[in-house]
Design a protein around this ligand. Structure first.
Ligand code: NAP
Length: 466
């Protein structure tokens, strides 16, 4: 069976790819940023907005997975309709037999803008049942290490013993563990079908308040929650932005979704997938915590790049400003030095003036950015494309180079590079300013750079020697 997977750099797609690679199928991936996909799979570079690449990716395919959304764009609802229509047309043209799509639970009339867009996508993908079958799987809150909903619940539960929350904490939902979602998706390509089908999946029905209390139990904590009717979506989004890793726009679309019930509307999960019994909520939470403790987090909500590769100008030689520090490599192996700078960020800190990085993180959060809370997926290893505090890993050359691209709110483009060249260790901060504000920003930081960057390179070297 030839299978095409889209969204393979995203939270669900990354995990599904690993599962599909274990199966006896011929897997191909469509990716806008092929560098973010491991090289053990056939990759077609392209996007659902580029018909040519889409048709090429779908050529000879039996089953195509659609795990895409444009949530990071302002006009995502319109874009998602076009994207789904392009996909459907190309799949029919290439005689694909089945599309498998994962959308969100919800009833269109009461759904938030985000959920409505997910429903519209499903409607488009299943709009020509005589020409192509569609398995439209719908999940609500997905519980797993690195999932946005779980990260929110976990951060709030861990940080706040007493919570005053908006009244939506009493809304009912039907969460499901990410491993179960991936099992349904993997099996969806094989099930016998007479027609297109919508399959709602979920574990037990519970309120968001119960989820937070269940998470507290799994973490061995005692928590008190008091719902208040006066907290608005905007205020709650700022609250989540500040106390959890999700930035304001993600928090807002999630909170809007939380005001309407997301529970299973049909029993097709049992009918078509009798072998799958979803884990209970608390077991899914425990499994997520275990993965985090054992550094086995496969994907995170912040993994998707959200843009075409071309929109990331990786040509750091364009930078107008730079701060370069160099040290000779003595008394330490290059491999060890590489491993040390690869471990930068997250709980390991920034090796120098951590309190200044913390302040920068808080400032970023205050203006709706990601701040430092995203941390690292793994304390030692990095992967191209993944987030690292308020950076994204742009390039890795093993035992040679790591290039980070700033994702904090900054008036321009900024990179931080660690490089081993010959017998030298070179650390460079690059900056391409946007207008006068960008230039003023760089000059305003001159004094801070004067202290931070030399200290940083020395700390990395010393740490490597230890
Ligand atoms: N995560 C959840 O908690 C959850 C819950 C319920 C349902 N779902 C559903 O599951 C599906 C996948 O969600 P996710 O959380 O895995 O999403 P995600 O992490 O945001 O990933 C989105 C993926 O889509 C790719 N993409 C976006 N636009 C594209 C385009 N025009 N052409 C090609 N690729 C494109 C992204 O690639 P880049 O890396 O290039 O940006 C990324 O790989 C969605 O339909 C979502 O509604 C998710």
């Amino acid at each position: 069976m030839k299978v095409l997977l889209t969204g393979a750099t995203g939270y669900i797609g990354r995990r599904l790819k690993e599962k599909l690679l274990d199966e006896d199928i011929n897997l191909r991936v469509l990716a806008r940023n092929p560098k973010s996909v491991r090289s053990d799979v056939e990759v077609v570079k392209g996007s659902t907005f580029d018909i040519h690449s889409l048709e090429k990716a779908l050529e000879g395919v039996d089953v195509a997975y659609y795990l895409i959304h444009s949530l990071q764009e302002k006009n995502y609802r319109e874009l998602d309709k076009i994207s789904a229509q392009n996909f459907l047309n190309a799949a029919i043209k290439q005689k694909v037999k089945r599309i498998v799509y994962l959308g969100g639970l919800g009833v269109k009339e009461h759904a938030s803008e985000h959920l409505r867009s997910r429903i519209e996508t499903g409607e488009i993908l299943s709009s020509r049942p005589d020409e192509i079958e569609t398995v439209w799987i719908r999940a609500g809150v997905i519980i797993g290490s690195g999932s946005a909903s779980f990260e929110i619940v976990r951060h709030l539960t861990e940080k706040l013993p007493v919570m005053v929350t908006p009244k939506w904490v009493n809304t009912l939902a039907q969460p499901i563990g990410v491993d179960d979602v991936v099992s349904y998706l993997a099996k969806a390509k094989d099930i016998a079908l007479k027609k297109s089908v919508m399959v709602d999946i979920g574990s037990e029905i519970m309120s968001y308040k119960d989820m937070m209390l269940g998470c507290a139990r799994a973490l061995g904590l005692k928590r008190w929650i008091f719902p208040l009717p006066v907290l608005t979506i905007k205020l709650s989004s700022y609250w989540l932005n500040f106390f959890t890793p999700v930035p304001y726009n993600v928090a807002k679309s999630l909170i809007e979704g939380l005001s309407s019930e997301v529970i299973v509307q049909n029993d097709n999960a049992k009918r078509y997938f009798p072998d799958i019994s979803p884990l209970s909520y608390e077991d899914a939470v425990k499994q997520a915590i275990r993965e985090m403790e054992e550094n086995q987090v496969l994907s995170r909500w912040s993994d998707a790049k959200g843009k075409e590769e071309e929109e990331f100008n990786n040509d750091i030689s364009d930078a107008l400003f730079l701060n370069r520090q160099t040290l000779p490599i003595k008394g330490v192996s290059k491999e060890r030095l590489y491993r040390t700078f690869c471990a930068i960020g997250g709980d390991n800190g920034w090796f120098s003036y951590n309190w200044l990085w913390e302040i920068r993180g808080v400032m970023d959060k205050m203006i709706g950015g990601a701040g430092l809370n995203r941390g690292r997926r793994d304390p030692y290893n990095l992967r191209v494309g993944e987030s690292l505090d308020f950076w994204r890993v742009e390039d890795i050359k093993v035992n040679e180079r790591v290039l980070l691209r700033a994702q904090m709110k900054v008036p321009g483009k900024a990179w931080l590079e660690f490089k081993i060249q010959g017998d030298e260790f070179i650390q460079t901060a690059y900056f391409y300013p946007r207008g006068l504000l960008g230039r003023s920003y760089w000059y305003a930081l001159t004094l801070i750079h004067y202290f931070v960057f030399p200290d940083m390179i020395h700390s990395i070297m010393n740490k490597a020697k230890q």
